[in-house]
Design a protein around this ligand. Structure first.
Ligand SMILES: [Zn+2]
Ligand SMILES: [Zn+2]
Ligand SMILES: [Zn+2]
Length: 262
């Protein structure tokens, strides 16, 4: 195993927190941990890899806040707006690195990306600001990127099949309401688990806190972090009622972990 570091770039649900127009207690909270951008992590292996998971609508701000200046790869979990709409901001990395950025997604996600960001794929000459330059890789099983072994973990997000990712000691399972039978072995023995926990009340496409805790108990990692939280979950109050070894993630949280070298 190789030491690695994960930065939580965003830990909010699709609307972010505060929610536009909302005056609830959490949306008005002065606690910086109650400010949640859209969900994404940045995985770094010093001297080896800088990997971004998802390009949220907040990507520009996330990159500036955390001084992210190069990307070896981008992995996509699925094509919902809160996970892809910052794709155009990849232009900054293209410019800085003078290269296309390798991007990994399922064939289904590529179909959506090609439709939504048609101008990046149609090959037509365009004057002005340019288009994001992406090296397209289709995920159809475990793969290696920038010297890191990546194991896709199929999840169910409502009816939609999407992907989580395992990197050695870490598994990142955002946006899920069920873990298929065949996926439990893929996350067995993980040291650090990051998992979706939207709110306390039942939702069609996301785990509740209680459902996330059930999954955590079954996987039994050394520690677990909840992510993709809605504004019903205030940081301090929610954290105080979680069992030992489980915490709410928050934007800017950095954790040390390990990955499997490829
Ligand atoms: Zn989402
Ligand atoms: Zn609110
Ligand atoms: Zn989603």
């Amino acid at each position: 195993m190789t030491p690695a570091r994960v930065t939580f770039l965003g830990t909010g649900t699709s609307a972010g927190v505060p929610v536009v127009g909302c005056t609830c207690e959490v949306c008005r909270s002065p606690d910086p941990r109650d400010k949640r951008l859209r969900p994404s992590i940045f995985l770094e292996v010093p001297g080896r890899a800088a990997i971004l998971v998802d390009t949220t609508p907040d990507l520009r701000q996330q990159a500036l806040t955390h001084d992210i200046r190069r990307l070896d790869a981008i992995l996509f979990t699925h094509s919902h707006a809160d996970h892809i709409m910052g794709l155009d901001d990849v232009r900054g990395f293209n410019f800085a690195q003078k290269a296309a950025i390798p991007c990994f997604a399922t064939a289904e996600v590529w179909e959506s990306l090609r439709r939504i960001f048609y101008y990046a794929f149609d090959g037509l000459p365009r004057k002005g600001g340019g288009v994001p330059r992406l090296e397209t890789h289709t995920i159809d099983g475990p793969f290696d990127v920038a010297g890191v072994r990546v194991v896709p973990v199929p999840l169910l997000h409502g009816d939609a099949p999407i992907l989580g990712f395992r990197f050695g000691g870490l598994a990142y399972l955002t946006d899920c309401s069920a873990i298929p039978d065949a996926s439990w072995p893929l996350v067995a023995g993980v040291d650090t688990l990051v998992i979706d926990a939207l709110r306390d009340t039942k939702h069609a496409t996301h785990f509740t806190v209680a459902e996330a805790l059930e999954a955590i108990a079954r996987i039994a990692p050394r520690r677990a972090y909840l992510t993709h939280m809605a504004h019903q979950l205030g940081h301090a109050a929610t954290n105080a009622r979680l069992p030992a070894g489980v915490e709410l993630a928050y934007d800017g949280l950095v954790i040390e972990t390990s990955v499997e070298a490829a």
